[in-house]
Design a protein around this ligand. Structure first.
Ligand code: NAD
Length: 319
């Protein structure tokens, strides 16, 4: 990858938190283009961010642009669209954000872009589907942040409960980035020890796991209730994801990727452990789910497929 050019579409809380974090990580980005329907906002953000460059000792060309700037970019991150209001579910944003994602995907297609699209707009599993369809890019080049943030919340909460560094907690939240997500607990480890075994050996009640999952699942509702939006956690997650792609890292992250039967379902995007690199999705890491977890995965897929069929696909088919 000769040019490390990143385009951000949607310069709101989430997008700008990603941009701010990306500047400070060792991502290697050398050009950052900001696109927003409110061009003045993109211009103001580009000026503001650029003024920090002398103190992070990096040379990054940051400017407000338009879709023509996508043609030679490596990565496009889409964070445009309506965000959840207090009490609102992610799925309630479907119709409005499908129209926005569709128009963004079509503009990206016209630019001739042939890199990787990362979607964070909610409901992320459905908006990733829309961007892939509207951009016409191969499915492996379009994926969503999926349950990456949910998983970060889970790892943080388990680490906090056990007083371990969260980077040594391994495991995933899978499924929809939303209320039907789930944790396959038999695949959660502290260091290399199964978490359930660790709890049993230390006489810790397994009931704590349900409480931890609920805290991770409901975190966005609580944060939005308290400060109207969530953005630092997802901003840092997205910046890491962009770095993984730019640096061809082959990292394993739970992302919203197109399903071809790897976990038993086909034809939708949903969160599963994924190997990502500069080409996009390299591989899905399959897990043998027990009957209980497989049912949860199937339910999560079925609820997304229903909304795809009833709301998303009819809008995609509108001329
Ligand atoms: P925000 O309102 O602060 O920003 C949205 C931005 O999108 C605004 O600047 C707006 O002008 C821009 N925009 C709207 N339509 C556009 C278009 N057609 N083209 C270009 N730009 C357009 O919202 P936010 O808090 O930054 O949230 C953005 C999205 O990210 C929401 O859908 C939110 O639900 C989602 N989100 C996802 C996660 C995740 O884990 N995936 C976490 C938090 C938020």
């Amino acid at each position: 990858m000769s040019k490390r050019k990143v385009v951000l579409v949607g310069c709101g809380f989430v997008g700008m938190s990603m941009a701010y974090s990306l500047m400070q990580q060792d991502s290697g980005v050398d050009e950052l283009v900001l696109i927003d329907v409110n061009h003045d906002k993109a211009e103001g953000e580009a000026m503001d961010l650029s003024h920090g460059l002398p103190y992070i000792n990096k040379k990054i060309d940051i400017y407000a642009g338009d879709y023509a700037d996508c043609s030679d970019a490596s990565v496009i991150v889409v964070t445009a669209g309506a965000a959840q209001k207090p009490g609102q579910t992610r799925l309630e944003l479907t119709a409005i954000n499908t129209r926005i994602a569709k128009s963004i995907g079509e503009s990206i297609k016209k630019s001739g872009f042939n890199g990787v699209i990362i979607c964070a707009s909610n409901p992320v599993d459905l908006m990733t589907f829309v961007l892939q369809q509207a951009s016409g890019l191969p499915k492996k080049q379009v994926f969503g942040s999926g349950t990456m943030l949910d998983t970060a919340r889970l790892r943080y909460l388990i680490g906090d409960f056990l007083k371990f560094n969260p980077s040594n907690i391994h495991g995933y939240i899978l499924g929809e980035h939303g209320d039907s997500s789930f944790v396959p607990w038999t695949y959660v480890y502290v260091g290399t020890k199964p978490l359930i075994k660790y709890l049993e050996e230390n006489n810790l009640d397994l009931e704590n796991l349900l409480d931890i999952y609920e805290q991770a699942r409901d975190a966005a509702y609580i944060i939005i209730e308290k400060k109207q939006a969530t953005y630092y956690g997802i901003g840092i997650s997205l910046a890491r994801l962009v770095s993984v792609v730019l640096n061809d890292d082959d990292a394993i992250i739970p992302l919203s990727v197109y399903q071809n039967g790897e976990f038993g379902k086909k034809g939708l995007y949903i969160g599963v452990p994924t190997v990502v690199n500069r080409e996009g999705v390299k591989e899905i890491i399959t897990l043998e789910l027990n009957e209980f977890d497989q049912k949860k995965f199937d339910n999560s897929c079925d609820s997304l497929t229903k909304i795809l069929d009833e709301i998303v696909i009819p809008i995609l088919n509108e001329s």
